[in-house]
Design a protein around this ligand. Sequence first.
Ligand SMILES: [Zn+2]
Length: 340
Amino acid sequence: MGSKGLGPTNSLPEHPTNLLDFQRMFRDEEACLRYLEKLRWPEGFICDKCSAGGEPFRIVSRPRVLKCRSCLYESSTTSGTVMHRSKTSIHVWFWAAYLIATQTPGISALELQKRLGIARYETAFQLLHKLRAAMVRPDRDKIGAEWPLEMDVVFVGGKHKGGKQGETRQTPVIIAVEIRRQEKRNPSTSKVIERALAGRVRLQRLPNKVAGSIDRFAKQCVAPGAVIVSDDGSEFADLIAYGYAHKPITMRGDREKMDTHLPMVSRVTANLKTWIDGTFHGVRKHHLQAYLDEFTFRFNRRFYRSISFQRLLGLGTLRVGPTYRETYSVGISREKAART
Ligand SMILES: [Zn+2]
């Protein structure tokens, strides 16, 4: 999965499976840098410029630099990862990546700042946002090729505090979930029962709830010809014309019907809202997509949490790692400390 330029996945170094493991493996800055080096060059260092192999020169005062013995070109251990050019220590980055990847609810910037003793709130905030940007693989798969999908538009966010009465900051978000089928044997009766479970999800903030927005999302995220179950709202009306096997069901906002016909979407929506309220106490509208991406990353890897840590160090995006700014096109340096 997304291991460009890294060689076969089986040559990757071991990853920590619990907190004690993590502490043992990453005692200090040097241990973290050596680990990154192994991730980038699993078969040993190779110069970026002249492709010569062999142990590089190391510079004590610049521990992130590896200097080629043949051409003296200086490679950086962190280039192409989310940590590139960061003034924050790699040890702190490793801790942040580990905490965000392995804690079930994730972590807020304020909590991260306290736990790791980071001096400025803004540093913790930017660190988390850069990690969030690393959670989206630019070339990620479209879903729906193997399994049917449930799709719905939900509204995320609450009412403005102190805003005009009735004014809301609710944002439409489209959710698509794979409906996977799993066969399970009942141990007492030996009968095989089939059950549905939520597979991968895709979530996107929409500018509005009209057909054009849904069509754009489908084109980006859903495999051609996918089977899509949704309500019969006019916003889904074009899906057939775009070649999807669309199955609209009349629900008219009836909660019970939604839970029956769109059970996966209902579950993902409930999880998303609980997570945003519980971990971040609400989210600003212009950051919403970053949190949706974190939710997606977390949900899609809920059974493979320990490997998420490696992924987050920038692995899948090595050499093409987008910055937060490139991913979301917003100026984070100008963010006032949004306490999210
Ligand atoms: Zn060289």
